[in-house]
Design a protein around this ligand. Sequence first.
Ligand code: 26Q
Length: 802
Amino acid sequence: MTKEQFKEDFRRRLQEKFTNEVEEASNGELFDSLGAVIQAYYSDAWKQTRTTIRDNRAKQSYYFSIEFLPGKMLKSNLLNMGLLDIVRDSLEEMNVDLEDLCKVEKDMALGNGGLGRLASCFMDSIASCGLPGNGNGIRYDYGLFKQKFVDGNQVELPDEWLREGNVWEVRKASKAVNVNYGGKVYLKEDEEGRLKPVYENQQVLRAVPYDTGMVGYQNDMVNTLRLWSAEIPEFEESKYLSIEERRDFRDLTSVLYPDDSNYEGRLMRLVQEYFFVSAGIQSIIRSHKRAGIAMKDLAEYTAIHINDTHPALCVAEMMRILIDEEELSWEKAWAITVKTMSYTNHTIMAEALEKWPVFMLREVVPRIYMIIEEIDRRFVKEMSSVVDQEIIERTRIIKGDQVHMAHLAIIGSHSTNGVAKLHSDLLKSIVLHDFYLLYPERFNNKTNGIAQRRWLQLANEPLANVLDETISTSWRSNPNDLHLLMNYKDDEAVLQKLAETKRKNKVRLANYILNATGIEVSPDAIFDVQIKRLHAYKRQLLNLLHILKLYFELKDNPDADIYPRVFIFGAKAAPSYTYAKHVIKCINEAANLINNDEEIQGKLKIVFLENYNVSLAEMIIPAADVSEQISLASKEASGTSNMKLMLDGAVTIATLDGANIEIRDIVGDENIVIFGLTEDEVYSYYETQDYLAIKIYENDLELQRILNAFIDGTIPNIQIEGQEIFDSLIRYNDEYFTLRDYHSYIEAQKTIERLYRDKKRWQQISLINTAEAGHFSSDYTVQRYAEEIWQIEPVKGLKKKG
Ligand code: 26Q
């Protein structure tokens, strides 16, 4: 591809689509045309990938996830196609700034947080590793809500990401399938004496797939992310639908449920789950049959991954199709299903474990419920000769009037994995211990990872360039080669260059902050960053307590030698999660107080950026000095912002939780700042039940002053919110041991400050973090999934384009 060729293609496209010249076109028109050209460029490779997989009869994986969170795709596609420089330069020669066009693209935010973002990092890595793997999910008309602050309160606005269309998707009407639900079902013997379901009054939805190419990194591989949209079918069944009923149908894939780690049993959510599961499984079975392969061999050609329990109905839907439609025996169908399915657990939080009331499943998916009953019955029967009745009662799928989705996923699959070593160990020893006794061979760990292309190559070009100059470019395809940077940890010139990239990124973020909030921050201050969903267990509150401590120190002594800091937050709270919203309000009001207090002389600044999303993360992370990973030990399954921040050279302050432990293990104790209770200590408090927050409060004047600030008017405008937070700590005994970890956290923050003052030492630690972060590339993570769970291999024989 030459610049001339690209320019010609681009100009032609713009002319055809908008009858316009580059000079006259709007950024929207330019972006649209560029997207279309890029898509046309990879369309051959996309088709080629499909035909090669088919011709090779290669086994493929399907990642079922109710969330995908890719963010913007323009630059990522350009990078992966090897066209980033050519396109950027060509556009520049036409007086167009690529960055301006990037701003036009809407974030594709079809996910809440870590789980959805992980799915997207995996899609990038699966394609980049040449693995035949697809995504299967929902095409929500509205992504995660847009967050605004009004008087410091979170307000949610709809995310109309499809308003101007979506250049990357291809509607595949010919691949649509029907999804049936609701109604009544009973079993009737057919001529051959087989029990067959007979349905009455079923509802029918048309599931229409929208495919998006997942472009691999310079390897001519383009996989498919298939997202399903619900439509009203045209035929008989829908003829007499009222307007309201039609709206209900259409609305099914309208919104993403904005919940994170908190189970809510909403009927529509259940229909969503069944909808994308059924459409996905039907389309897999259909293409398997079309390839002319026997149904009994399905598991040799197909791996289906259940991302958290949201798609756990995969197990029952696969059974339904194999039995009712393909007429396999239960035993054969079950063997195939278990061999095909695998499951990842993302949480140990009890309130996040998905359970559905029996009556809802009966109402929404009566045949599926029948099948679940049968799976449950057989499980109980089979296990009764193996283990105690108590264990069976604890592990069965249907308990009382509830269906336990994790149990269905574990029993109906051959692999259950956690997402970091500690998390996987806790699954085995505590959360899923009974299942571990039943199926020890099914349990394994796959520590999460991140796509180094997005989080370093694209988000942090200044750093990427210094890396190229210093260790050459092999790290771009082999993230472990970042390790070569270790050879320069005493090289002052390199350390200096790295520090300059950090400063450049901080200046960029400072400008953004000024524009977005009007708050002026100095790039010479420490940029201390906590970015993640707002949740009590993640303890944004602990961060605020530290800020207040520094504030009071400066109030008492304006000359106190406190190194200037900018505390940067990004977090959305689930709209129904009142406590989390109150934490947001308190941080915003504390920010108002402190940012405008002249006595503080600008030494402390608090910036809570609105609408945290992938694009904002790409701006914040490269500018971070400090990475806050301060969840209560045992509660954060893995975390992934910890890995992204480390990669971009931030220094981590962390509890021994999730993947923080593995980060500590590879960078060493000297290059991370650890504090707080360990998981053992947390569990021993659970056992002894002798934690008393009020005792800590009563005996601690420093904490009293800080906590009283929430209720005595010191922080203004938080009468209700401040009281609630105070009560959560004192009256309701501080569920996440915030007060217990407070002093340890303060000491750790002092260590951070001390290290930061030693410029060279800090730069070294920063370098070491970047150098060791290749370990957490999702390329390696998906390769382990491919080898150990899915048994899929890189596709051979993809043609290189000319
Ligand atoms: C469930 C039922 C109804 C509505 C919503 C939900 C729901 C939605 C999203 C429940 C949970 C989630 C998301 C969970 C999540 O993001 N977990 C995070 O997963 C990351 C990737 O493994 C981990 O790094 C994080 O530690 C974990 O919190």
